[in-house]
Design a protein around this ligand. Structure first.
Ligand SMILES: *Cc1c(COP(=O)(O)O)cnc(C)c1O
Length: 497
């Protein structure tokens, strides 16, 4: 299948790219993104055919429909990455909370957050491509939380790939920091940066624009690529589990073959729900896609009014930090799909230049045909965590709790709702303990984990527990000005590929 560009073509790049071209060089003309030129249609027949398939069989068949320029063996070995999940037959189990409310747990991967679902197979694919092309790739990431650990895990020990991950010192949870700093692999470097996440991101940007840095990369014959959530390879793997959850509900006789369901997704950069949007367009029977946000509620306003306005907006630090975001990159792909390339270019450039854009009335009607949106604040989230543990014996994390607001307010028809749980509670245990004890004390992760384990009989995943006993490999906490030097010295070592 060909891939095209969301903001049209600048006559310097190719008009149509292959999948591998699109994922190796993810930046398209005029700052746009790559998208598939069409979406394969998968109707009820497809669903019925896969009633008894394993997750991998289903995923393989969906990926095949995209006619990617990948070898079948490579797709199969990418999907083998799910063997490291808690249950390799079913990486995304579903739990029934109420008669009309189900939760798909997307956190059963190696780092216990939803990012593993796409990054784990993507790591294999990228390494395979690099080996085939006899090229070496460097991945640079700046993380405030879940992406760093999942990316490090996905790329650790992958041949022909090196990864450097930077995080703001003090800007991540203890668990997230340990997941990164204990990552023991030759091709991995983790740097704590003195400053906040914004500083870290800016440092990465200036590094990418540094002439000396780019010349050194050339000399070393190393190419840069990105593993962030705008890379279409990640979106691709995020289409599969929406089909899988529908099939599971059907198999469990919770729904009938042509019944619509609601999907509620805790949203940040809009990648998870973009996969759901594509699934709906491909024929999955979704009544409405419910976009759940925290107090950084730009997406809620956009979907309710058509206005995307970040003028003078300051990011609020919430208890669901993976959703603390003002510019959600993947809305661009929805805008392209609904309104075409020239309008996308106009709107996205408006956002870049004026920090503002507005859909017209007809466009808004079309957007709302697919999406509804709502947000909740920390107080609501904490109250919800407590009441769902007490009344339903279900413990959820702070990101997941935002979906309950959608369940209570946006489910206007008597259909089943599936909500997505994007992180295990143990990744955000201090906030979860604040919820359960109705206090606002500052707990360490270890304190909170042990307290919840002991007093509420909730198991701590082994991989999280083990973190506190592991050797810290990456101890460097550096100043921004030293980043370039440190990275160059790391990538020029001969033995880490
Ligand atoms: C990344 C993440 C999200 C947001 O997902 P997007 O695809 O960026 O919308 C939500 N919750 C958790 C725990 C995450 O790690």
């Amino acid at each position: 299948m060909d891939f095209v560009e969301t903001r049209g073509n600048d006559k310097k790049r190719k008009i149509k790219s292959s999948f591998t071209e699109a994922i190796l060089n993810p930046s398209a003309s005029f700052g746009g993104l790559y998208v598939p030129s069409f979406l394969p249609m998968l109707g009820d027949d497809f669903i019925q055919k896969h009633l008894n398939s394993s997750y991998k069989e289903l995923a393989f068949d969906i990926l095949e429909k995209f006619e990617l320029d990948l070898k079948k063996e490579d797709i199969a070995s990418a999907l083998d990455a799910y063997n490291t999940f808690d249950d390799k037959k079913n990486p995304v189990p579903i739990v029934k909370i109420k008669d009309d409310l189900f939760v798909q747990e997307q956190y059963h991967g190696p780092t216990k957050a939803f990012k593993d679902l796409a990054l784990a197979p993507f790591g294999v694919i990228l390494s395979q491509l690099a080996k085939d092309k006899k090229q070496k790739y460097l991945i640079l990431t700046a993380t405030s939380g879940d992406t760093g650990p999942a990316a490090l895990h996905a790329f650790a020990n992958q041949e022909n790939i090196q990864i450097v991950c930077m995080y703001p010192k003090g800007g991540t949870s203890d668990v997230q920091r340990l997941q990164m700093s204990t990552q023991n692999a030759k091709n991995v470097k983790v740097l704590g940066i003195k400053g906040n996440f914004d500083d870290t991101q800016k440092a990465l940007k200036s590094l990418l624009n540094s002439d000396t840095f780019n010349e050194e990369l050339k000399k070393l014959d190393i190419k840069l690529t990105a593993a962030n959530s705008v890379n279409f390879a990640r979106i691709l793997f995020q289409i599969v589990y929406h089909f899988h959850s529908y099939i599971t509900l059907l198999k469990n006789k919770e729904i009938k073959i042509n019944e619509n369901i609601y999907l509620a997704v805790p949203s940040g950069n809009f990648g998870n729900i973009l996969g759901a949007y594509y699934a709906k367009k491909m024929g999955l029977r979704v009544e409405k896609l419910l976009v759940c946000s925290n107090e950084n509620n730009i997406l809620t306003t956009w979907i309710n009014t058509g206005i995307y306005d970040i003028r003078g907006k300051v990011l609020k630090l919430s208890k669901s930090p993976a959703m603390d975001i003002l510019r959600s990159s993947n809305i661009e792909r929805v805008i392209f799909d609904l309104f075409g390339a020239s309008r996308t270019k106009e709107l996205m450039q408006g956002l870049e230049d004026k920090e503002y854009f507005k859909l017209d009335k007809q466009e808004l009607v079309l957007l709302q045909k697919y999406f509804s949106a709502i947000y909740s604040d920390d107080a609501y989230g904490l109250k919800t965590i407590k009441s769902y543990l007490e009344n339903e014996n279900y413990l959820m994390d702070t990101h997941t709790a935002t979906c309950i607001k959608a369940y209570e307010n946006l489910k206007t028809k008597p259909l089943k709702m599936l909500m997505y749980s994007t992180a295990h509670w143990s990744k955000f245990s201090p906030a979860v303990l604040n919820a359960l004890k109705e206090d606002n004390k500052k707990y360490s992760d270890l304190e909170a984990l042990e307290y919840i384990n002991k007093n509420y009989s909730k198991k701590i995943p082994k991989s999280i527990n083990d973190l506190f006993k592991k050797e810290i490999i990456h101890k460097d906490i550096i100043n921004k000005v030293d980043i370039e030097k440190q990275i160059l010295s790391f990538i020029s070592q001969k033995d880490n590929l």
